[in-house]
Design a protein around this ligand. Structure first.
Ligand SMILES: C[S@@+](CC[C@H](N)C(=O)[O-])C[C@H]1O[C@@H](n2cnc3c(N)ncnc32)[C@H](O)[C@@H]1O
Length: 244
């Protein structure tokens, strides 16, 4: 069985190598941050313009306020945080990739703090937040045990009356079609399997997420289809919003 508490696979190295050396040469533009965060090609491409629209709509949905204490788990280089409206005065981002965090720290604004922490170690922050957001991260989780432990910790770290958002979640109902499209995009099943061996995405069912949150005492949950303009992964993804 996979270890619970830390994600032990080579994805972490892959995320680290994406941003290696960037601070020495880059200028922290949104286009670059999106590329380093993996939204740069094929079905996963998102333009800066469409990204700002997505983040703004998400902020409206959660009713983000400037005095909300905000935590982003798996924040990457901070692309989501730089687009928040209004920009909360206190923002914390955590990610397990040392190089993503290095970039995030280099280009941060005054109200942001970043830490290199695994998603399942968020309790070590020893603090609660008004808003906890996780965008396009849980597809990389190594096991169902890891996912369950993570949800437990996310709910625990949201302040009473606060909100949680887990966004861009792979929908298990659409796994076959998603996989078929990925094969096409990567030149066929064989090439795809060679390239992504042991790097398969995790998929989740909406009912499973509802049940998990119900079990943790969260009754107020909304699940919506993902929509980001021209982001071809959208049709295979959903977003979860809950209130504690
Ligand atoms: C697709 S990027 C998304 C980054 C950011 N949330 C955004 O929307 O721009 C996925 C990020 O999740 C991070 N990540 C994946 N699994 C993680 C884990 N178990 N703990 C912490 N970070 C993780 C990766 O290092 C990467 O930065």
């Amino acid at each position: 069985m996979e270890a619970v508490g830390r994600a032990l696979d080579n994805r972490k190295d892959i995320w680290c190598s994406r941003s290696a050396g960037y601070v020495e040469t880059g200028n922290g533009s949104m286009t670059d941050l999106l590329r380093l965060d993996g939204f740069d090609s094929g079905m996963g491409h998102i333009s800066s313009e469409n990204w700002f629209e997505y983040v703004r709509q998400t902020c409206e949905t959660i009713g983000l306020a400037a005095d909300d204490e905000y935590l982003e788990v798996g924040c990457g280089t901070g692309a989501f945080m730089h687009a928040l409206v209004p920009a909360p005065e206190k923002q914390v981002g955590i990610d397990y990739s040392a190089n993503q965090i290095k970039v995030a720290k280099e280009f941060k604004s005054d109200q942001m703090m970043f830490f290199e922490i695994d998603a399942n170690d968020i309790h070590t922050l020893k603090k609660k937040f008004d808003v906890v957001l996780v965008n396009s991260v849980i597809q990389y989780f190594p096991s169902m045990e890891y996912f369950l432990e993570f949800f437990d910790k996310v709910v625990a770290i949201v302040r009473d009356g606060g909100r949680g958002c887990v966004l861009d979640v792979n929908d298990i109902e659409k796994k076959d079609e998603f996989t078929r499209r990925r094969y096409i995009e990567h030149g066929g099943k064989k090439k795809y399997r060679e390239r992504y061996k042991n790097l398969e995405h995790a998929f989740y069912s909406r009912d499973q997420i509802l049940e998990t949150l119900k079990h943790l005492g969260i009754g107020s949950v909304r699940i919506e289809d993902q929509f980001i303009r021209n982001y071809r992964n959208s049709e295979f993804r959903f977003n979860v919003f809950f209130e504690k």
